[in-house]
Design a protein around this ligand. Structure first.
Ligand code: SAM
Length: 498
């Protein structure tokens, strides 16, 4: 299959098969429908007289809309490649017609246009489809979420653990001298290798077979980005390797978090997209804090929580078991019961979804570690990666805030006040960041006045004294009460240290 990558790239380039051109071809409505897995508007659009039979329309019908195309159109779009791609199981031919057996889609990144081959998207137009055990996932909301989370600094080495079709590795190859991509699914490994060749980065991406960190024993990386198989299930029925690790509960995530420091260079980042158990008897952040390695600063963000029934429904639908998509009602009920009772037995109150970011800093004393575990389900600026990088700086400098520190208010912070109509003073003051995490913090008039006066000129101590005088409070008491709160504002990125 690999020798086909370069000629296929040439054909895709010649057809201008890029994300933008396909969006233009389909138009807003058909493109929107396709994002909901509906193909009818796109099929109508690609048979319009002005585009029908063009290589761009043919490739769009073939790969994105999963429609058979005529052999003549296929040959025009993929000159000299149809038979060879059929032999490689990328295409299938029947009398006079060609259909796709794999997905091949354009993918726009900030660094340029890519193409990603994967298994076909299941369930288009509501047609029942059940992924096989070795199904190779394409670009999913989860993979896009990790891509926006990943810090894109230039690095020497990066690891994509559980690469699947290789989408993270392709991103990493744009800013890493070398990338190792690992997986245990033979089909994923073959497709990831093909994608590396298709995008002409096979000299950068080294695809390796093996479980978790086994293929990189003894190696360290500047960046690890992973979207592991994190689904928390009773492991009954067939293992879907793209989502089931085979380890009980959320041990796959715990294992990655605990092991990461052995594979990170000093200052290196490990960024994990994850699900975790919310235990009936322990707060989620306390449980996760127990996993965090001594040698790392950590920012853990819980983005969403699902109760057990919602979680079970989500993943039974994902695997095509819901009767609405062709699943057998009795099997669905049976699996639902088994999964739910297993979660109950495990004491699972809910499942958290979020981001774990570790920064390897073995030089820092354990007592001085930056540890932020927050529940933040609100809309954030995307890509969020720069805000995560900023967190590392803020968290480190916040530890050193003292009365001599000179601080500056971040320029995107706005003050919101609310209270009874006509009242002289507001009942509540909230400082809200407009960018990054868009964090918000309720403050009192003293903190609001200090934050507003932070222009880097006056040191924090004298500034607190001046505000104390203004509001008629004892300066010594104000320093004592507010120094820590101001340090928190620095840690959360509202204020920066000059
Ligand atoms: C959720 S998919 C992520 C695919 C891709 N990286 C992405 O971001 O879309 C998880 C991947 O982990 C792989 N995987 C499953 N068990 C693994 C293991 N023990 N070690 C390494 N990879 C594994 C699966 O085959 C699958 O490709």
């Amino acid at each position: 299959m690999l020798p086909l990558a370069a000629p296929l790239r040439d054909a895709l380039l010649a057809a201008d098969f890029t994300y933008d051109r396909v969006s233009e071809l389909l138009g807003e409505q058909a493109h929107g429908a396709l994002s909901r897995n509906e193909t009818r508007p796109g099929l109508r659009r690609t048979t319009a007289a002005d585009v029908v039979g063009s290589p761009l329309a043919t490739l769009t019908r073939l790969f994105l809309l999963q429609s058979a195309v005529s052999a003549t159109d296929a040959e025009r779009a993929l000159p000299g490649l149809v038979d060879r791609l059929t032999t490689a199981d990328v295409l299938a031919q029947s009398v006079g017609e060609v259909a796709a057996r794999l997905d091949c889609r354009p993918y726009a990144t900030d660094e340029g246009d890519l193409w990603v081959v994967s298994d076909l998207t299941p369930g288009l137009d509501g047609v029942p489809a059940r992924p096989t055990g070795d199904y190779v996932l394409g670009i999913s909301p989860a993979s896009s979420s990790l891509a926006r989370l990943t810090i894109r600094d230039d690095v020497e080495s990066a690891l994509d653990l559980g690469t699947g079709c290789g989408v993270q590795a392709l991103h990493l190859a744009t800013h890493s001298d070398r990338v190792v991509a690992t997986d245990v699914n033979r089909r994923a490994l073959a497709i990831a290798r093909f994608n590396a060749h298709l995008n002409d980065v096979d000299d950068v991406i080294d695809v390796r077979d093996g479980s978790f960190f086994a293929p990189v024993a003894g190696e360290r990386f500047d960046l690890i980005a992973t979207n592991p198989p994190f689904v928390i299930s009773p492991a009954t029925g067939e293992r879907l390797v793209y989502r089931d690790s085979g380890l009980p509960g959320d041990q796959v995530v715990e294992h990655i978090v605990r092991t990461a420091p052995e594979h990170l260079t000093e200052g290196g980042w490990c960024q994990v997209l994850a699900n975790w158990v919310i235990d009936r008897d322990q707060p989620w952040d306390e449980r996760l804090a127990g996993w965090l390695p001594d040698a790392c600063d950590a920012l853990v963000v819980q983005r969403e929580v699902l109760d057990p029934p919602s979680y079970v429904e989500l993943w039974l639908k994902d695997s095509g078991h819901h009767p609405a998509t062709g699943g057998d009602p009795a099997t669905y009920a049976d699996r639902y019961d088994t999964w739910l009772s297993w979660l109950e037995q495990q004491g699972v109150a809910g499942v958290g979804f979020g981001w774990i970011n570790l920064r390897h800093r073995p030089d820092v004393a354990p007592g001085a570690r930056a540890r932020t575990l927050i529940e933040w389900p609100y809309d954030v600026e995307q890509p969020i990666a720069p805000a995560i990088r900023d967190w590392a700086t803020s968290a480190a400098v916040a530890r050193a805030v003292d009365p001599t520190s000179r601080l500056v208010l971040r320029d995107d912070v706005l003050q919101e006040t609310s209270g009874p109509v006509g009242a002289e003073d507001p009942a509540a003051i909230v400082l809200r960041q407009q960018r990054g995490f868009r964090r918000a913090r309720q403050v009192d008039t003293v903190v609001a006045a200090v934050a507003g006066a932070c222009d880097g000129e006056l040191a924090l101590g004298p500034l607190l004294d001046a505000v104390a005088e203004l509001v008629g409070k004892d300066p010594g008491a104000v320093r004592e009460v507010y120094l820590d709160e101001i340090a928190d504002l620095v840690a959360e990125g509202f204020l920066t240290v000059v």
